[in-house]
Design a protein around this ligand. Structure first.
Ligand code: BG6
Length: 482
């Protein structure tokens, strides 16, 4: 396919996601000569923009080095922009003319990236299908969350998309699937005998998957208040990580074999119940250093003053299968916490028949997704020297040390490149999505209907104390402060 022109269309080109992620990603892929040649790019949005203005919008996110300036200008020379409405045909007809012009009316492959609010989704996809599809090359459509807000709306969206495109044409992005350590989970598990044979209920006591951010809604309050942390992070990013940690070994690395296993393990998880959850909402910290830290969620002007939307959630999931019965999988995520972190902690059982007077701690395998990719195994050793004391230490694979100077691409770089290559391995299939909503819909409805009050926690804290208690009740032992 490398000789055929490719055209990458960005819907929502004037928006936040486009300027922060999509344009920078396209530039980095272009900079590193990873895109097929020729590839051209065309933005589409309602605002009347010029390429100059678009360039200006994206500037601070592009990370252009002094020696790359010529190539950077070359990249923008390959860009066009069309302004038009999301409804009606006119804008899309203009867009299609522009695409044909860019492709010199040749056979071409087209990728459509939908960085759009859900409200215009249906119309845009219908218009793409009717007006903008390449007639003699392939077409691929990249879709961003939210994929609905519960099982029914997500199914309606899936049915709508399935009426327009085949599953092979649809790329549902969950950008956590593009992260180095998330992609590494399969290798760690299935490429190491020592791990594959201990990866089960006989050896593992509990699994804790954490996502923390040290900032609040930051101007995204309008969107966030409608969705909440469970839909924003837990139902997608954390559940995807869980399925890679818990799934059975796929028969091969073929994308469908992997996704078959992910669906299977999701099917073994019961719908979440309130007794297995802790919900929180941050309040301003009067001692905070910045205005943001002093501002509580309810003081965000874009948030409803009486909102009960959680900004923190912990959920214990139970997998009913032979490998995992009675092993709690604890997912927790929150905004405005003390730290930025995403990690998986696999905690092993206590050593039976203790001879160290209770001083032995549980082994833990920690997979740190960010910041600073790392894999370390916490284990007990004899304290070096004349003593016979024991202490906890780590077998430490911190990437910064082991792979110093290695370029780790951003998640979006890998994923967008995958779309060019036609690999759906790291994209969400519609049946996965359906299972994810099955697990979360009843609890989301209950929380909303009963207006369950989240527990207040201070901006910059570790979240509600009740969350630690819930971890301890679920066979996760705290030794430090995670
Ligand atoms: C997004 C959420 O999907 O992921 C955001 O909508 C969140 O609320 C973001 O901040 C986190 O992504 P990352 O890659 O910075 O961990």
């Amino acid at each position: 396919d490398r000789k055929i022109p490719h055209t990458f269309v960005i819907f929502g080109a004037s928006g936040d996601l486009a300027k922060k992620k999509i344009y920078p990603t396209l530039w980095w892929l272009y900079r590193d000569d990873l895109l097929p040649k020729p590839t051209k790019f065309c933005g589409y949005a309602r605002s009347k923009l010029t390429i100059e203005k678009l360039k200006e919008n994206c500037k601070q996110y592009m990370k252009v080095q002094a020696h790359e300036v010529d190539k950077y200008d070359e990249f923008w020379d390959l860009n066009e922009y069309v302004a038009g409405n999301y409804d009606g045909r006119t804008g899309f007809e203009l867009l299609n003319q522009q695409l044909e012009l860019m492709e010199n009316k040749n056979r071409a492959n087209r990728i459509f990236y939908l960085a759009l609010p859900p409200s215009v989704f249906d119309e845009v996809t219908v218009n793409i299908k009717n007006i903008c599809m390449s007639t003699c090359g392939w077409n691929r459509v990249i879709v961003e969350k939210p994929f609905g807000r519960d099982d029914v709306s997500s199914k309606a969206l899936s049915d709508h998309l399935a009426g327009l495109f085949s599953e092979e044409q649809l790329y549902r992005i969950d950008h956590y699937l593009g992260k180095e350590m998330v992609q590494n989970l399969m290798t760690i598990r299935f490429g190491n005998k020592i791990l594959s044979s201990t990866w089960n209920r006989e050896n593992i006591a509990s699994v804790l998957i954490t996502f923390k951010e040290p900032f609040g809604t930051q101007g995204r309050g309008g969107y966030f208040d409608e969705f909440g942390i469970i839909r924003d992070v837990m139902q997608n990013h954390l559940l995807q990580i869980l399925s890679l940690v818990a799934m059975e070994k796929p028969v091969s690395c073929h994308p469908d074999d992997i996704r078959d296993e992910k669906v299977k393990v999701l099917k073994s998880i019961a719908a979440l119940e309130l007794k297995d959850m802790v919900l929180g909402q941050y309040v301003g910290n009067p001692q905070g250093r910045t205005e943001d830290e002093r501002t509580g969620y309810l003081e965000d002007e874009t948030v409803d003053k009486n909102s009960t939307t959680p900004t923190y959630a912990l959920a214990v999931l139970h997998i009913n299968n032979e490998r995992w019965q009675d092993v709690p999988f604890i997912l927790r995520c929150g905004k405005a916490l003390n730290d930025r972190k995403a990690e998986v902690r696999i905690q092993y059982h206590d050593v039976p028949g203790d001879i160290f007077e209770g001083n032995s701690k549980r082994n833990e395998l920690v997979i740190r997704v960010q910041p600073g990719e790392a894999l370390y195994f916490k284990m007990m050793t004899k304290t070096p020297g004349i003593t016979f004391d024991i202490e906890e230490t780590e077998l430490d694979l911190t990437y910064e040390h082991r792979y110093r100077g290695f370029y780790l691409p951003d998640a979006y770089e890998r994923l967008i490149l995958d779309v060019f290559c036609g690999s759906q391995m790291h994209f969400v299939r519609s049946d996965e999505l359906c299972e994810a909503w099955r697990i979360f819909t009843p609890i989301l409805h209950r929380i909303e209907k009963e207006r369950i009050k989240p527990i207040p926690y201070l901006y910059g804290s570790r979240g509600p104390k009740e969350a630690n208690r819930k971890c301890e009740e679920n066979n996760f032992k705290y030794y430090g402060s995670y």
